[in-house]
Structure formats: C-alpha cells, structure tokens
Design a protein. Structure first.
Length: 389
C-alpha cells in the first residue's frame, strides 16, 4: 500500500523567491511584438504569487497570425528538482498561498503530486514531469483554474503502445477520473490500440481552464503516412489526408512533428501539430524556414517571424548583477567560484492548429530555463546560441 510523502524542511533562501524572479530579468529581451508590455506585466503579476521552487523552466504561448500580442504562461515541474514536493504541500513556508490551496484545481494538482511522490507508486517510474498552463490572455481567473499536463517517459524501442494504458489509468485516476469511464474510457482504449509501434503518448492534459470534458493527448513518433489511417480509425470528423499534407509541408522545416488530439467521447475536430526545431547547427535555419512558410499562408505576421529569431539567446547575471534575483545569484555563489546564473531563451516549438473548415493557425512557445554556467565557458554558450547549435 502506498504511503504519502512526509513534509521536508524548507530549503534556505526560497521563501521570498517567486516564479516572477525568472521573468523580470527578461524585460529587455522579450520582444513586445510577441508579448506586449501589458501581457508581460499580467504574467509577472500572476507569477509573483507562485513560489519559485515549483519550477526552473517556464515559457510563453504566443499567437502568430495577428498583431495581437497577448500571451499565455506555462511552467514545468519535476520530481528530481523538488518542484513536485512544493506543489504537493510538503513545505510550510514555501507553500502555495492559502487562497489557492482552497481552489479545486490546485487541490487536484496537490493530490496528483502526492500520488506521484508516494512510496511505491507506479507513477514514480512512469512520469517525467508536469506542466501547468495559465490562459491569461482570455481568462482573468487563470491563476485559480490552470490546466495541468503530465509527461511520460518514452517506452522501450518497439514496445506495444497499449503497454502505456496501465500508467495512464493510474495517473488519470487521480487527475481526471471520468476520463477512464464510459464513452471516454472506451475512446482512450481505442486510441491506444490504434497507435502504430514506435508511437507513444508523451503528454496528457486536463483542460480545466477551458471547461472541457476532453483530455488532450500528445502523440510522438507517428509517421506522416500513418496519420490518415489513424484518424480514420478514431472517427475524426475531417479528412486525414489534409493533415498528412500539412505534416509533409511544414514538417519539412522541423526536426520532429508531434500530434495533439482532444479526446472526449470521440476525437475532437481540432488537430495540433507541434513542430520542433532541434538543437543542432540547423536549428536557426529551420526556425527561419518554418516561420517564412507560415507567413506565406497568413498564419504568422512578418513582424512576429522576425521577433522569433530575435528572442533566442542568453540573459546573463553579469550583464546586470545589481538587479539579478537574489536567490538565483545565491545559487551561483553556492555552486563555487566561476559560476554565473543565466536564463536561456529559445523557441521551444511552434504549434499549428488545423480544424476542418477553418483557417490554419499557429502559436509559438517561447522557453525560459535557468542554468548555472561556468564564466570561462560563457563565450562558447553565447556563440552556440547565436548559431542555433
């Protein structure tokens, strides 16, 4: 029988540290074309109410097809870095604010993290991370009703995708129990049975903030030619060949394309195509080619295409030491002489959204991740970021 984790002593220096401390240093490096100042300030205001110990990796979701520069916010939490323990309520002085702990969505987040951390839980070896997403652009109550995703480790090569069912059941039993029953539960089993070998569900999301009964399933490893048959088996209300054409057209400018589906009692009409750009010397060229292709079909404005390229880089403690967040500076000092705190910025992926009868839309996901870097190696890091390597 699983036992819940015990509270831990609070790590020193974390009590006054908030998620906003990762964002404030970006003021001069976050293009206003993608995230306008009012949107940035609203996100920082939200992030200031969240303890910094729940993440070291966060980002912005930015629509690309219009001049509208409102944005949403999301953050990643892991077990290894202690983030999940804070969300689970294992630390007194760095706990969530009392007004959040009483909210149903945050109570579900805490329960999920407790189940993830419980001794002997099968989730411990299956889950890789969780994501919280805040729909700030459209919902003033985004902090109260975040959506939550969990990520799974990739299966062994050649494994049957249906082998994931036990792990998904265990996780969904805590996060969204109705997804396991009735038409929704049967639709989930149908989808897993239809997945070709080499494909797996790498993220599952409960879209609480949007009031949806559906869960979002993000699939990795689906060959483009296999997509029409998969969508046909799932009774998707569209033409799978249209999706295959999009995969071939825009996938040519990506290192990998993942498939997002909304699963209710059946597959929803929207299909998400997550275009990743890789981490090699061709990354910058892929980003430029993909954004240019989206401009040609009016899914991205020229100004936003230029801003995506400008976003990539490093925000360094040494550039403004007097204004660097104290806790991040203290981490660098604690790591030993020669270390500097830095925020790495890059385009995590670009998501295309296809819906039958609707124009193609696109969103960019801008990543921010904190690292401690050796000062003697900073030039190499800067050169690598500039080259896209």
């Amino acid at each position: 029988m699983n036992s819940e984790p015990s509270p831990n002593p609070d790590p020193p220096g974390l009590c006054a540290f908030s998620v906003a401390d990762y964002l404030r240093p970006l003021a001069g490096d976050l293009p206003g074309t993608l995230v306008a100042a009012p949107a940035r300030d609203a996100i920082i205001d939200l992030a200031a109410r969240l303890p910094g110990a729940i993440t070291s990796f966060c980002g912005f979701e930015c629509p690309l097809g219009s001049a509208d520069a409102r944005a949403d916010f999301l953050l990643c939490s892991t077990r290894e870095e202690g983030h999940a323990g804070v969300l689970a309520g294992m630390h007194d002085s760095i706990a969530l604010a009392p007004e959040l702990r009483t909210q149903p969505a945050w109570q579900r987040v805490a329960a999920f993290c407790r189940a993830w951390l419980a001794a002997g839980s099968p989730l411990g070896g299956e889950l890789m991370n969780t994501w919280l997403e805040f729909d700030i652009a459209s919902d003033a109550d985004a902090l109260v009703e975040p959506s939550m995703f969990f990520g799974t480790h990739p299966p062994a090569p050649g494994a049957d995708p249906r082998g994931q069912l036990a792990a998904l059941r265990e996780a969904l039993a805590v996060l969204d129990p109705p997804a396991l029953h009735g038409h929704r539960g049967r639709a989930l089993e149908t989808l897993l049975a239809a997945l070709p070998r080499g494909c797996h569900v790498f993220q599952v999301g409960a879209m609480w903030s949007r009031g949806q009964a559906a869960i979002r399933l993000c699939l990795r490893g689906v060959e483009h030619v296999a997509v029409p048959a998969l969508l046909d088996v799932l009774d998707w209300p569209g033409d799978g060949d249209d999706v295959a054409v999009l995969l071939d057209t825009f996938g040519a400018h990506a290192s990998r394309v993942d498939l997002d589906l909304d699963l209710g009692t059946r597959i929803g009409p929207k299909i998400g195509l997550e275009c990743y750009l890789g981490t090699d010397a061709a990354t910058a060229a892929r980003l430029a080619a993909l954004s240019a292709a989206l401009v040609r079909v009016d899914a991205c404005t020229p100004a936003k295409a230029a801003a995506l390229d400008a976003y990539q880089g490093l925000t360094l403690q040494d550039a403004a030491p007097a204004h660097w967040p104290p806790h991040l500076a203290a981490l660098a000092r604690a790591g030993g002489r020669g270390l500097s705190s830095a925020l790495c910025r890059w385009v995590h992926h670009i998501k295309l959204v296809h819906e039958p009868g609707q124009a193609l839309t696109a969103k960019a996901y801008l990543a921010v991740e904190h690292h401690l870097l050796a000062r003697r190696e900073l030039r190499a890091h800067i050169d690598a970021m500039r080259s896209g390597a």
